[in-house]
Design a protein around this ligand. Structure first.
Ligand SMILES: NC(=O)c1ccc[n+]([C@@H]2O[C@H](COP(=O)([O-])OP(=O)(O)OC[C@H]3O[C@@H](n4cnc5c(N)ncnc54)[C@H](OP(=O)(O)O)[C@@H]3O)[C@@H](O)[C@H]2O)c1
Length: 318
């Protein structure tokens, strides 16, 4: 059954929180993923680490694209200690807030794959900044990391490294409902500004996912809300972490919706999957349904990544 989501922010956020602990539906361990290749960003902690663990448990070979390599090595050690196959894990450094690093990571993935194709791409990494910041190329940090970094990575992989019918899982967050815009420049201050910038980037994730499915109908694109999860997102502290653990779901529970979309048959590609509501339909008044804004954002991301690629080519030529 397809759930119909309210376009009203308070109703939406309330329905995301209430009952999510009782809605935990673990992703089945079958079908297996033996012989499949998955690439996931932000796999060194939080939801991404548990998603990577789930992929490995099902037999996939997993490329973990991570900014903090020490944390990625720790994650690898914990997987191996749990009996998972060390040879199935490849760690590649990737700072999504720097398009040069993204391009180097895309190239490293291609070199590693040697013509083999990625079956499952999970765009999971995300930042909710507490202070205003910009990426290496000068874009607002939430936008630059969550939207543009993933856009540039996917663009590189699309040139010969993604399987024709690859599943592409783009992790958004229901908080996107609190905003109507997403752009590369958004000067903000204070805690509320940081939340708004994050929400805008999550709307951007949703728009890009819908536009990707439109432009590349052979792909199986899924937009995922993982739940409200006790992770490091947005920062923490002893008391905050304690409240998060008490009130929110665990990272393992938060990984289940991405794992469902990565593995299960009979899903509707192009759809929004929510940890509480399952497959969802959104109202026309929902900001995610603004196709014109989505197309504009897509075009802008293309310009920004192409500019960076041109600069890199010039640097190499000189
Ligand atoms: N937690 C929630 O309640 C919730 C709700 C809705 C949606 N989500 C989404 O779920 C996804 C995972 O978040 P989480 O809750 O697991 O948060 P988390 O524990 O903070 O993990 C975020 C991951 O993203 C990585 N990351 C951040 N900035 C990066 C960069 N510049 N380059 C590469 N990797 C970077 C982090 O790596 P480092 O170790 O290097 O920082 C980490 O692996 C995000 O897209 C988030 O928006 C979360």
């Amino acid at each position: 059954m397809i759930a119909r989501l309210s376009p009203k922010p308070l109703q939406r956020l309330y329905s995301s929180m209430v009952g999510q602990k009782n809605h935990a539906s673990p992703c089945p361990l079958s079908p297996r993923l033996d012989g499949k290749i998955a690439l996931i960003t932000g796999a060194n902690g939080g939801i991404g680490k548990e998603t990577a663990r789930g992929l490995l448990q099902r037999g996939a070979e997993v490329l973990m694209l991570c900014r903090n390599i020490d944390k990625a090595e720790q994650a690898r050690r914990s997987f191996v200690a749990d009996g998972l196959d060390a040879d199935a894990i490849k760690i590649i450094e990737c700072d999504l807030a720097d398009l040069d690093s993204v391009m180097a990571a895309g190239q490293a993935a291609k070199n590693y794959l040697r013509g083999r194709k990625i079956d499952i791409l999970i765009e999971n990494a995300g930042v909710w900044a507490r202070r205003y910041g910009e990426t290496e190329q000068g874009y607002e940090i939430s936008f630059g990391t969550n939207v543009l970094g993933h856009f540039a990575l996917r663009r590189m992989l699309q040139a010969g490294s993604l399987a024709r019918h690859a599943r592409i899982i783009i992790v958004t967050g229901d908080i996107y409902i609190t905003t109507e815009a997403c752009s590369s420049r958004f000067p903000w201050r204070g805690a509320v500004g940081g939340m708004r910038a994050y929400a805008r980037s999550k709307l951007g994730n949703f728009w890009i996912a819908r536009e990707l499915q439109k432009q590349c109908p052979d792909f199986n694109v899924f937009v995922v809300h993982p739940g409200v999860v006790a992770t490091r997102l947005g920062g923490g502290g002893r008391l905050t972490d304690w409240f998060k653990r008490k009130l929110l779901i665990s990272p393992t529970e938060g990984a289940q919706t991405s794992l469902m979309c990565a593995t299960q048959c009979d899903l509707s590609h192009g759809s929004y999957y929510h940890n509480v509501h399952g497959e969802c339909e959104t109202d026309n008044a929902d900001p995610a349904m603004n196709d014109e804004a989505a197309a504009r954002l897509w075009a802008r991301c293309m310009e920004m990544t192409a500019a960076c690629e041109r600069e890199k080519a010039l640097r190499l030529a000189s």
